[in-house]
Design a protein around this ligand. Structure first.
Ligand code: ATP
Ligand code: MG
Length: 562
């Protein structure tokens, strides 16, 4: 297969391997989350990449839980991870757990001991660290390095049987204490942890380290392309050393750059802190960069997949403007979200020449971007309406084309109105405005000949519903809160959530179900929150309508990341 324009370096590698019939032309990738938190948008990059590559080359992808660290792992996380991957639109070939391989991995360790390539070390963690050397100075051999194979086999078995306390002994690979790669200076393979595991319960009190579990699991599953993030590049020689010495299936590791976004943090440890310390309402708080947070906020799987597709895969770390993601979700929702009118800050508008007690029913297309316009809904229109307070000015400024005494505006899907007068409350605020309407200006049948510059949204005062609107903004006020002085939490945006308890919505929204998505005209994209009740629908703002992300920028960013 020739390299097509736009192929990323991993696609090129896989295409070449398939062409050369490496592993019989078979492609098997895996996505290996540690079940110690919820997946975030960065994980989605890895998911799209692993599943995407396999799909592209007729291969498969395993879901493997990298659950070798019993202290932080929980079944709740396993379930959420599966839900999120499915929601993103991917299906795994097999669901595996590194913990299912504990017996096999133990046998691999025994095999290395028998080859004289691993030893039990009684040194403490501090002693091991002090003998490690520095990147420019070689380390020192441990006094336990030359233990006999018999003694090592005996001690390792007794470690497994629970004869020693946590930290009393470790199993190390005998590689090279002088290697310029610190990861090769007799790395730890096993440590003692008298901690029950979420799956193996009390069966084990020794657990393999990441480096002695990951590649082994890849190999057991016959993974052809093991793709991970760049920080593992320095682990690759060790990954290869273990596989070679064990003589097991030669999975190969490839690295790509982590995906990071502006105005958020992406490490599970930090996200957990935000949850535990109640800075957010939970892992699925719509401000969280988690997949479930984005889902609750109204992001679609397509928008997230398109986003990572657009960013591409590179080997250089970068932080991506969250505006690109917002652009992707707008593009997607523009096609699929029905339009609706909701007034957030209501001001009463009375049409003095419209008969009292009369209601006209006006048709409104649901989505001008959809092929069939998404069908039509009905809007009641009567003498009293609600409009946005900001759509009226007592003294119109130059360029203000909405309502002010003497000015005309079109009410979307309805009629042209002219502001005649207004009334104030005793505190000087505007109580209501009085308009006349032009009966022959009805939308779609306009015979008035009047041209207005402004169009505003409105709802019928008698026939609207009260809804709660939650306007979400960025969770942090710094572009890269993890890279600022002090604690990342010092940079939380105090205005990341604005709640409007009583917005006025058109009645067609009355029976909206959680997850339903709308474009509130002139306001943004919104979706129904899961906390909605029969009596009160709650809408989350997915994203504003304004496109702060121009095509120009988009081009610049794209070339930068490739
Ligand atoms: P975190 O640092 O957020 O805790 P992690 O790397 O510890 O993430 P894992 O559950 O081990 O989380 O990650 C599963 C897979 O997702 C790994 O292959 C990891 O490299 C990849 N991954 C994690 N974060 C990102 C990211 N920001 N961009 C791309 N891939 C990522
Ligand atoms: Mg990890």
């Amino acid at each position: 297969m020739s390299i097509e324009k736009g192929q990323n370096f991993l696609e090129e590698i896989v295409a070449e391997d398939v062409k050369n019939k490496k592993h019989g032309g078979r492609v098997l990738t895996r996505f290996p989350p540690e079940p110690n938190g919820y997946l975030h948008i960065g994980h989605a990059k890895s998911i799209c990449l692993n599943f995407g590559l396999a799909n592209q080359f007729g291969g498969k992808t395993n879901l493997r839980f990298d659950d070798t660290n019993p202290e932080t792992e929980e079944t709740e996380y396993v379930d959420s991870i599966k839900e999120d991957i499915r929601w993103l639109g991917f299906n795994w070939a097999n669901e595996f757990y590194a913990s299912d391989y504990f017996d096999q991995i133990y046998e691999f360790a025994v095999a290395l001991i028998k080859k004289g390539l691993a030893y039990v070390d009684d040194s403490s963690a501090e002693e091991i660290a002090s003998m490690k050397g520095t990147p420019t100075e070689p380390g020192k051999n441990s006094p336990y390095r030359e233990r006999s194979i018999e003694e090592n086999l005996d001690l390792f078995e007794r470690m497994r049987k629970g004869e020693f306390k946590d930290g009393e002994k470790v199993l190390r690979a005998k590689v090279d204490m002088a290697s310029p790669n610190m990861h090769l200076r007799d790395p730890l393979m096993y440590r003692i942890k008298h901690v029950p595991h979420h799956r193996t319960k009390d069966k084990w009190c020794i657990y393999p380290m990441y480096d002695f579990a990951h590649g082994q699991s890849d190999s057991i599953e016959n993974i052809t392309h093991s793709i991970c993030t760049l920080e593992f590049e320095v682990h690759r020689p060790l990954y290869e050393w273990f596989i070679e010495k064990l003589g097991i299936f030669p999975s190969h590791q490839y690295e790509f750059a982590r995906g990071n976004l502006t105005y958020t943090v992406m490490s599970k440890r930090k996200l957990l802190q935000l949850v535990k310390e109640n800075h957010v309402s939970g892992w699925d708080d719509p401000r969280m960069p988690t997949i479930c947070g984005f889902r609750r906020r109204g992001y679609t799987p397509e928008s997230i997949r398109n986003f990572w597709e657009m960013i591409g895969i590179a080997r250089r770390e970068n932080i991506i403007d969250v505006g690109v993601l917002e652009y992707c979700v707008r593009e997607d929702l523009n096609k699929r979200a029905n339009r609706a009118m909701v007034v957030m800050d209501p001001l009463k508008l009375i049409i003095t020449n419209f008969p009292e007690g009369k209601t006209e029913i006006l048709p409104a297309e649901n989505n001008p971007e959809a092929e069939d316009k998404g069908g039509y809904r009905e809007l009641p229109f009567s003498r009293e309406l609600w409009i946005e307070r900001e759509d009226f000015m007592e003294h119109a400024e130059k360029g203000f084309h909405r309502l002010a005494p003497g000015l005309m505006v079109r009410l979307k899907h309805a009629f042209i109105v002219k502001c005649e007068s207004f009334e104030k409350n005793s505190d000087g605020s505007i109580r209501e405005i009085h308009c006349t309407y032009v009966p022959e200006s009805r939308s779609g049948q306009d015979a008035s000949g009047i041209k207005t510059k402004g169009v505003i949204h409105w709802v019928d005062a008698a026939d609207c519903i009260s809804v709660e609107v939650r306007n979400y903004d960025r969770l942090f006020k710094a572009e890269d809160p993890s890279n600022e002085d002090g604690d990342f939490k010092d940079y939380l945006n105090p205005h990341s959530l604005e709640i409007i308890k009583e917005a006025k919505a058109e009645p067609s929204l009355r029976n909206s179900k959680p997850g339903a998505q709308f474009q509130f005209m002139r306001k943004g994209y919104y979706c129904v929150d899961k906390e909605s009740t029969e009596g009160k629908i709650i809408f989350n703002r997915t994203v504003t309508l304004k496109d702060s992300w121009s095509k120009e920028q988009q081009k610049g960013k794209l070339t930068e990341s490739i």
